[in-house]
Each structure stands twice: as C-alpha cells, then as structure tokens.
Design a protein around this ligand. Sequence first.
Ligand code: AMP
Length: 533
Amino acid sequence: MAFFRDLVEVADRVTQVASRKEKIRLLAEFLEKLSPEEVPIAARFLAGEVFPEYDTKELGVGYSSLKQAYSVVRHASILPIAVQPLTITEVYRTLERIAGATGEGSKNKKIKLLQSLLSRMEQREIDFLLRVLFGEVRIGASKGLLLEAASKIANVPISDVLHAYMVLSDVGDVLLMAREKPSMLGRAELNLFHPVKPMLADMAYSVEELFQEHGAPLYLEYKYDGIRLQIHIDSGRVEVFSRRLNRITEFVPDVVEKVLGNVKAEKAILDGEALAVVDGKPVAFQDLLKRVRRKREREKFFRELPFQLHLFDVIYINGRTLVKETYSSRRSILQEIVTSDELLAKMKIVYEKEEAENFYKEALSENHEGVMSKRASSFYKPGIRGSDWLKLKSYDTIDCVIIAAEWGHGRRSGWLSNYHLGVLDEESGKFLSVGKTFKGLSDAEFEEMTKKLLQLKTREEGYTVYVKPEIVVEVDYSEIQRSKRYPSGFALRFARIRRIRFDKSPDEATTLGELRRRYLQKMQNKELDEEEG
Ligand code: AMP
C-alpha cells in the first residue's frame, strides 16, 4: 500500500534531478515497489493523467468548483498532519467517484468529494493534484521517461515498449505489462472495443515532394475533409470511436448499417473518414461536427446530413493485429473484405508526375481537400505523425492550442476574443506561444469559445485569462517568421482561425519541430524561386 505523498515526492525528485538516466531510475525504482493494482494508477498520475486515454470518463471539475473546494479547505481548522495520509488508490477511487457524479446536484457532490480529498492532503500533494487536474504536469517528456522506466523494469528494448504503448494507448497498462508480463510487450495485440489513437500525416507541398519522399509508384488516396472514425466489429456488434477515442456509435447509425451490410469479416478494426455530401458538395466540417456533438438534434441531422463512409485502413482482422503489416498489404485486405467500392477511400497507384497531378486536381474538383500519399512499405503507427503518410492540400494550416485569451473591447466586449496560440514543444511537453489572433470566428463561436475557455481557466492577470491547454484550432497564416518575442522562437504572420477543432486533442497539435521544418522548407523554396526568377 503506497501513499500519494510518496508519489508526489518521487515526481518532485524527478523534476529536480538533471540526469535523464537518474530520472528513469527513480521512476523505475518507485513503480517496481507498488502492487499490481497501484502500478497503472501511479503511472498515469506521474504522466499527469487520471484515466486511461481510451477511457472517456471525465472529472467534470471546473476552475470555479476547484476554487470553492480549495478555499474551504484552506480556511478549515483541521491540521492535515493529524490525519492518516491518503493512499494512491484512495485518491484514484475518489476521483472516479467525482467523474461518476452526474445530473442534478452533481456539482455539489463533486465539490464535497474534492474537499474530502484536499482536506487530507499536505500542500505539496494539493499542488500536484491541481497540476494533474489542470493539465500542467504535461505529457511528452514525462511520458517518454515513464516508457523508458517500463523498458528498464521489464528489461526489454524500448522498441518493444513503444509497440505496446501504440497498441494499448495507455501508459498505465504498459507499465503494468512491464511488471507482470514483460515478454508480451513486443507482442501486445490490439483489443476489440478498446480504441487506439489514429495514425497521423505530415504536410507536403508538392507532388515532386511526394515522389521524393515515397518513391514511384505513389499510392495516392483522396483526402476527405470529414470526421475520422475507428470502427470495431465483432460478430455483428459494431462500435464507432472518434479520433479522440470517444464512443460515438449512437450518433452514426447510418455508418453502422453500412458496415454491417458491406464488410465481410467476423472481427475487424477499420479506419476511415465519414462525410456528408449535400447537392454534390461535401458539407462544411463545422456542420458535420454538429452531427456527432448535439444529442438533442440527432434525428434531424441523420435525415439532413446522411453520412458517406470512406474506409482507408484495416488494423486488425479475425484475431490478427495488422500494425506491423505494410500499407499495401493492409489495403489489399481491406479491398477483400469491403464488398462495395463506394465504401472505400478512392485510391490510385501512379507512376508519373502528371498522373499524380491529375489525381490531385480531380480530388479538388470534387471539392475534397486534396490527396494523401502513403508509403507502400510503412507500418501503421497509432498516434504517430510522420512522413509515412503525407497530405497535400490546396492551403496550408497548422493546429495550435489556445493557451490564454484576452477580454475583448468595443464590439467584442464581454467575450474572450484575442487568443494566444501555442505549439507543442516535444522536449518539455509544454505549449509555447507563436502569436495571437482575434480573427476568423463568428459571433456565435466567440460566445461558445468564451464559455469553454472560462471552464478551463487557471488564472487571470489583467485582461488575460490563462487556460488549461485543451482547445485546438486550425490556423491559417501568411508566413512563419523567426521571433525573439515569443518563447517558441517563431511567430505566425497574419494568423487567422480557420476552424475550431473540437475533434482534435492537444497532443495532436503541431509540434515545434514540425514548425521549424516548415519554416526551413519555406525558406529553401523561397531561395530556389529567387534563383530561378
Ligand atoms: P489533418 O487533420 O490535416 O492532420 O489531416 C489528417 C486527417 O485527414 C486524418 O486524421 C483523417 O481524418 C483525414 N483523412 C481524410 N482522408 C484520408 C485518407 N485517405 N487517409 C488518411 N486520413 C484521411
């Protein structure tokens, strides 16, 4: 039985020591001593998480509830020293009960439960818990360390641990496996109805670049501007998950019906994109999203925005995990099991530049976003953005996370309307600013955004409200510039929000490394243009 305060102590020591090796040693030493029940819980806490990533439970505790619970505790006369310290499991169970409190009176219940926790904690433990709840113990650096600790505990290569992390999607489950079944790490299989993070794509700027990177022939697919779906099938039962791993089956009965009628496989996990086409044109992404977010208007949306489904991958079939099969063999399996071509993402194998250009133009002329090129020999890497999949679009955007917002004035007074945009620094796990914008949102969106940001508020200074980095926005810009003003070292010129991406999670945001690559690439292209001109 381990105490929460011991976990906080380890977290502090890991932050204080400079050596990466020592950090890993400390984490491994601590996790090795815990019981099997405690290991996954502790690993998630150390990574700044409460529940597994595939679990959609939410605490539903806003800044105001927390403040209320905290102020009562701070003024209470009981001295925490006098009470029995909390165990890791006790803290977790209470958080589970907080998440479980829903409906009428739930806010008060949550506050009470939170008070019961805080009142038994020392200041250090409180600080740590608040950082976990407000997302400041960031993933990234610490998750990498935890995975290395798993490799040390299990005494297996880090590549085996990374494989397990990709298919299990949870740092807690990986640590448990490292402790209990270390030889399974390299062979971990996907589990049906237990979604994994989707594989992601990097950006390319020309057909030439696709040939350069992937070589001929190219496997090109249409890039649809819709909603990413992961579909799990087992003997007639179908469940559908969003890219944030939320279960959205009841929002997409038309997709379920299509899958049941046209997929010939007892068990499978499929990856694809859903979109609605009305009068020959794909429906704007913002409107599509309403279909999977608004419970009350569900029926209306089913009628007005019937979904088309375009499947582009299969990662599990009849007991076999396919993440280590090549894209070309996965695509063949997909084509074998899907009986209607309409349900497949349009794909073409092209050898020549002109053929590729034509396919790209054809996709744009049908009002799709562009094309995706997929390296024929590549494996499926859940949650990984890399050059195995390259997207070529007619416009350039990056995904930023809102890290703070300023109160507007004049026409925008009463709204949080000037947004500080952050990209993910992979090394520190922090979001670093690349600029601000108040452009691009409608009045209704300002209104919705203000409400959401206030729920995420962590502190307020002057007219700036700092928030938990949670909301992702897709941002247009004219140029990436070097900048001394922003901690990222870069600034976006003429940034403008193209759309709010509630479907994306903050760890999918553009990384600092990617921004740097884009900057260098654009600089290179500029030099070439100048030479040619
Ligand atoms: P982005 O959101 O710009 O990073 O682009 C990647 C997204 O494009 C994926 O997450 C999918 O939702 C979507 N997408 C559309 N068509 C395809 C396709 N043929 N292959 C893979 N992803 C696709």
